[in-house]
Structure formats: C-alpha cells, structure tokens
Design a protein around this ligand. Structure first.
Ligand code: ATP
Length: 203
C-alpha cells in the first residue's frame, strides 16, 4: 500500500510519519530528498547552475535556498524552471526508494507537503492521509519549533492549499488539535490497523 501523507505547515506531518514508521511503514520524505539533491554535489546542482547561474549558488556549492526563494518569489517562469529541474529528480528518487521498500514488503508512506496541489502525486498513492490543525496552532507550533516570525508562518499557510481542499482530497483526516502525543499515537494506530486490515482483505 502506498499512503500519501500531507497537511499544512506545522500540522504534525513529521510527527505522524514517525508514528507510522514505528508501526512498520517505510517513509519516503520528499522534502528531505529535495534538500539532498540541491546540496553541494547534489544531482540537481549542474542543472540549477546552468539555469540560474552563480547567483543561486552558495559558497559551499549547494543551492542558496534563501536567495532562490527571492528569485522565484513572484516570478512564475523562474518557479516553473526550478520545479522543472527538481520535480523529475525527486520523482525518480522516490521511485528508486519505493522499489527498495516494496522489496521489503512494507507499506510505503510518502510525506508530500504539496500532495493535494499535485495531480501526479494523487495518482501515485492508494490512500491520502491528511493531518489537519487550526492555523493558530500551526503558527504556535512552527514558532516554538523553528523560531520563525508569525507573519512568515502565516504567509506560508496562505500559499498552501486551503484546509477545505485538503480535507476534500483525503481518505482519512487526523485532526491534530488538542491531542496529547499519546492520543495522537492511538489515532494513528487505529487508522493503521483499519487500513492494513482492508489491504489484507483485498488480497
Ligand atoms: P512542517 O510542515 O513545518 O514540516 P509538520 O507538519 O511536519 O511541520 P511537525 O514537525 O510534526 O509538523 O510538528 C510541528 C511541531 O509541533 C513539532 O515540534 C511537534 O513536536 C509538535 N506537535 C505536533 N503534534 C503535536 C501534538 N499533538 N501535541 C504537541 N505537540 C505537537
């Protein structure tokens, strides 16, 4: 089974993904892949250098993420060019990792922040699991975790898919609001048991 896990910034995706790994899932984290391929020596670096020149490259030879955010902010063509480089490479790496996980027989969880925004991703996964939270909670979690400013978190929330759209794309929603970590863990476990049972019955 291929589970697509998504949710807004600070909703609790990473926390849920680790709980799923404890239950036996293989995790494929698309953000981690995106970071790795644009690090010094990463497979995306030659194409990034060719498309954006030295302006987008830091002194260590990796993508200068802050500079790249400025370059693509409000510039659709630049954003499309960057995505045209990154997305196929991320997709190929996901498929490679998925083949490895498949060989081990484990269910696969793809952590994809922009899953709902992407038709391609929705076609790849069997189930969509959304972690949902109130915007005020997202803001306070991200501020206390990463020290971001409130306005910056709210700007990211505004750019992401709305909660309604996300919930509409979901096969299951975990409402991670007012839950202790133990309660969150029980919810994840209950869903896992249900989905794995359904997968066994379908075999
Ligand atoms: P991002 O989109 O920024 O990667 P995320 O959706 O992966 O965020 P997490 O990193 O899982 O979110 O959670 C954000 C913070 O909130 C973390 O510090 C996490 O420990 C905390 N958190 C998540 N869920 C709960 C909860 N139910 N109770 C208390 N803290 C929580």
């Amino acid at each position: 089974m291929r589970i697509g896990l998504s949710g807004g910034i600070g909703s609790g995706k990473s926390t849920v993904s680790l709980l799923l790994v404890e239950l036996g899932a293989a995790l494929i984290d698309t953000d981690a892949i995106a970071r790795a391929i644009a690090q010094p020596g990463g497979i995306a670096m030659p194409a990034i250098a060719e498309a954006f020149g030295t302006a987008a490259i830091g002194p260590d030879g990796g993508m200068d993420r802050a500079r790249m955010r400025e370059i693509v902010f409000g510039d659709r063509d630049a954003k499309a060019r960057l995505e045209g480089i990154l997305h196929p490479l991320i997709g190929a790496e996901c498929e490679r990792l998925a083949a490895e996980a498949h060989a081990s027989g484990r269910p696969i969880v793809f952590d994809v922040p922009l899953l709902v925004e992407s038709r391609r991703w929705r076609a790849i996964v069997d189930r969509v699991l959304i972690v949902d939270a109130e915007p005020d909670t997202q803001v306070s979690r991200v501020m206390s975790r990463s020290g971001w400013k409130e306005a910056d978190v709210r700007a990211v929330i505004a750019q992401q898919a709305g909660r309604k759209l996300r919930r509409a794309a979901a096969d299951a929603v975990i409402f991670n609001e007012g839950l202790s970590l133990a309660e969150l863990s029980s919810e994840v476990q209950a869903l896992w048991t249900e989905w794995m049972g359904a997968a066994r019955d379908n075999r």
